[in-house]
Design a protein around this ligand. Sequence first.
Ligand code: AMP
Ligand code: MG
Length: 433
Amino acid sequence: MPEPETPLHERPWENVERMLGVDEALVRVLSAFAPLDPVEVPLLEALGMVLTEAVVAGEDVPPFRNSAMDGYAVRAVDTLGARADHPIHLRITGETPAGSPLQRSVAPGCAVRIMTGAAMPEGADAVVRFEETDEPARPVVGEPDRERPTMVGVTRPAKPWDNVRPAGEDVRRGTLVLPSGTRLRPAEIGLLAALNRPTVTVHRRPRVAILSTGDEVVDLGPPLGPGQIRNSNSHTVAAMVRRLGGEPSLLGIARDSVGALRAKLAEGWHADLIVTSGGVSLGDYDVVKDVLQAEGEIAIWQVRMKPGKPLAFGQVRRTPLLGLPGNPVAAAVSFEQFGRPAILKMLGRRDVAIPTVDATVAERLDNRGQRRHFVRVALERDGTGYVARSAGEQGAGVLTSLVRSDGLLVVPEHLEVVEPGARLPVQMLDWGL
Ligand code: AMP
Ligand code: MG
């Protein structure tokens, strides 16, 4: 839980030195979350989730010795001395496509036509590729079958185990393949399938209840009345939650009254996290603050960042609540800094930092006000690496520049002017989901 706050009557927002730093605010937010309990889910549902079990291979992958090529299974010793101008002829005693293992073994001086993935017949210890034989190219589909040859000429010697994949080449039965805590990407999903795991146990998805506040905010549908704006924040945040692997639920819009807010919040207590937007800035936070503090323990912080200074955080009836500022970009950037890592931590992710790249700043940027400035930038590549350019108007309400941006350039609190050519980190908005 956050520590008791500076009393609001001291107006900490007027003194930047007393604002909470972004890093400190993040530590406080993260301390309120833990990885959620395990659930068993169908394999594909586990994409992006984190294992709560250690996966030990119950079988070999591949399960049997097989051919890595289309060609002939032979005894390597039989091919010694083979050359293009002096092929060694072997008798063809069978054919084995993948899925139809041959029961007979390959006798000395013989060869079996074999396809990629077919089990190696007994007796053979190497596969000679078709390209290293004198076998003519296969007839085109539709042409009458040529007579099947009974002999094949090998034009290059094979070494033992050439083009043969041993059983367990990829995974040996009994080995720990995926430790608990592994995040499941497509490669891990494939490996689990190879190991015959139709379900796996992972941290469950966080349920995130999302509530917008504001008398002027209306949902999608009816034409706007005078002074009204659309509720974009709920949708931005819900999309971010879903993309990260959480389950968003939209609680709608609470009017700026104690009763309305109370009633809407009541719908969110089942959630693992409630995210609100609006009502935490100077003009109107009193109602929100009073309700939040009456219902639970919520602190309103002034965080030293831009966009997005006001931030509420705490618990309502044991449900963590993150109160974002109302301005659409401030809400999105604040959620990126505090909501995203909270969700990832609940999902069991260990590294919750946003992936960053270093970029060369293309133009001069001002950063007065001693706040950490998250500048919406578009990235290009030049010969040496990334170049960051402002993605447009940086106002806290200008969503289109967020739309045009690849990432957020992080200007440190104390850097008042960023000169062209400076190297700074950029938080990548589409990486590390
Ligand atoms: P507030 O933090 O409530 O003072 O809101 C700051 C600004 O954000 C105001 O211009 C609001 O109209 C706007 N705003 C608040 N909530 C939303 C929302 N859900 N969607 C879009 N804009 C909003
Ligand atoms: Mg408001």
